[in-house]
Design a protein around this ligand. Structure first.
Ligand SMILES: [Zn+2]
Length: 206
């Protein structure tokens, strides 16, 4: 590389870092650019998000699919999710991902990388040198009451749809609940009889 090229490069780097420092106080989570195609949801700027967060595409993809509870794949720098996922849900998951896997909990900067130690994943901050384990972060997040479905408990649910076999379908957090003998649009009290993964079966109680 000639000196000229080197200087050009240096200037370029300096201009990038100086614009970045304008609002370095709070890292802005990239905005998910969503559109719908048939019965799929497309995250158009996935490659840019990966670039900004400096994380592996596969890691974020798995996080999205696991936490949203849908199937999907990457294609040409985009993610194509099965089903219509509200843009808000995807953005919320992205914020959750950034909080868990990207931001340093000490200095709040995104200049971090993940380190695997056995079965534990650590996040190490390149800016301040702090370490934290993702596991302990997850435990913290578990403390905030998350809606969970319990077998034997009763919930008030709205029947949003009718499944292929004629059962009513309701949604609760990540769960899809099938309720025989219910009418679309009605609000019913349902006793959860069985949960299998993210699918549950219930019965109307009075
Ligand atoms: Zn830090």
């Amino acid at each position: 590389m000639s000196d000229l090229d080197y200087n050009k490069l240096l200037k370029k780097v300096q201009s990038i870092t100086s614009t970045k420092s304008v609002d370095e106080d709070r890292f802005k989570v990239p905005k998910a650019d969503i559109f719908y195609e048939g019965n799929t949801t497309v995250l158009r700027n996935f490659d840019k998000i990966i670039d900004t967060l400096n994380r592996e595409a596969n890691h974020l993809l798995k996080f999205f699919l696991g936490s949203i509870g849908t199937a999907g794949e990457t294609s040409g720098g985009r993610i194509i999710f099965q089903g219509k996922i509200p843009a808000r849900t995807i953005q919320d998951k992205l914020v959750e991902y950034v909080d868990t896997y990207v931001l340093c909990s000490e200095c709040n900067r995104p200049d971090t990388h993940l380190v695997k130690k056995g079965r534990t994943i650590l996040i190490r901050c390149d800016a301040c040198g702090a370490f934290r384990s993702i596991g302990s972060m997850k435990k913290k997040m578990m403390k905030t009451p998350h809606e969970t479905l319990k077998e034997g408990s009763i919930y008030e649910l709205t029947i949003k749809d009718i499944g292929k076999r004629g059962d009513g379908v309701a949604f609760f957090d990540k769960y899809v609940i099938y309720i025989p003998g219910s009418v679309k649009g009605s609000m019913v009290k349902v006793k959860i009889e069985k949960i299998s993964g993210t699918v549950a079966f219930g019965r109307i109680v009075q």
